[in-house]
Design a protein around this ligand. Sequence first.
Ligand SMILES: [Zn+2]
Ligand SMILES: [Zn+2]
Length: 355
Amino acid sequence: MTPINFKFQWLNDNGQPKGFLSKKGVLDDSLLKLDDTDIPVVVILEAEVRNNYLILSVLGEDEQPMSFAIQTSSAQQLKDELGRLRSAAWAEAHREDLEQKGLGHTFHQANCPECSSVVNLTGKQSTPQISCGFCDTLSTVNPPNHPEVEVAVGSDRGYRLCDECGMYSKPRRFTIFYFYFLLVVYGWRSSQTWRCPGCMRGEAWKMLAGNSIFVLGVPVALVQLFRSYGGTDVGGPFPGLDNANLKARKGDLEGAIAAYREILKHRPVSAGVKYNIGLALLEQNRTNDAAKIFESALNDCANYRPAAMALAHCYNNLGETDKLKALEQVWGADEQDDAESPQSPETEGADIVES
Ligand SMILES: [Zn+2]
Ligand SMILES: [Zn+2]
C-alpha cells in the first residue's frame, strides 16, 4: 500500500488537544508512526472513530492494553486501513499456527463486504451472515432459501449497537445544543454524541424545552427532533426498528417484541434484530425464551459476538453447563488464535460469562 501521511494532535484524558502544534503521522503496511512513537499494526487491539477522534487500544510492553486518542481529519481512513492490515496479519498468523498443528484444513475466513477486513471464521459453523468486528457491520453473504421472502445480499451499512442503549440500531451523530443566557453575557455549549434516533428523542425534546425561550437554539433543536423521528429507517432495510427499540426502552416489551417479529417477517435473517428481541425477553426475565432467540441469532450469524455473550449469560443463569461449555469451546477456539496478541483465553472466557 502507499503510506498514508497525516497530521494529528494528541488528546489528553478530557479529550482536549495537547499543545497547539500538529504532529506528523504515517501508516504503512506494518507500522503506525505517531510523531516519534512507533506502533506495530499487529498490537493494535481496537480502533474506534467518533467524529475526527481516533481512539486506539494498544498492547503495551508489559502486555497490558492501554488506550489513547488522537485528533485527525484522517481518522476514518486510518481506522479502515488499520482494520484491513490487522485482520490480514492476524488471520495469517492463525493459519500458520493451525498448519503447524496439522490443522490447516480447518482454517476458514471471509472478507467483510463493507470494509474488506479479513473475518476469521475458524471453528464457527457456516451461516448466512457474518459479523465484522473491524467495522461493526453484519453482512449477509450466503442467503438461505426463503421462498416467500427475498433475502438481500450485502452489508447492513451503519447498523450496529448504539453507544447509549446497547441495542442494534442505526446510531448517528447528533448535536446536543444548549443555549445559555446569563444576564448580558450569553454563550452556547455544543457537544456531540453518538446514539440511535430512539435514544435521541428524549434529548431532543429536552433541548426544545430548554431552548424555547431563546429563539436562537430552537432551529437546532427542531432539526434534531426531525432527524430522530424522521427518516432513518424509512426505506432502510429495517423499517420500524427505531420504533420497536423505543418501545423496548419504554418498557412496552410485548409491543416491542411484536414489532421486532413484524420486521423479521420481511427480513428473516437478521442476527441484530434477534439480538434486540433477546434483550427485551431478558428484561422480562424470560431467560429460556431469550436463550432460544440468541441461539437463533447465532444460526443467522455464527460469529456475532454480542449474541454469543448474551447466550453465555443465559446458559449461566439457567445452569446449562454443558451448553455453556460447548459455546465457550466454539469461541475459545477463536480466541486462542489471538492469544499471541490480545487477551489470554481464560480472561476472554470469563468475559463471556460476565457480560
Ligand atoms: Zn468490516
Ligand atoms: Zn440507542
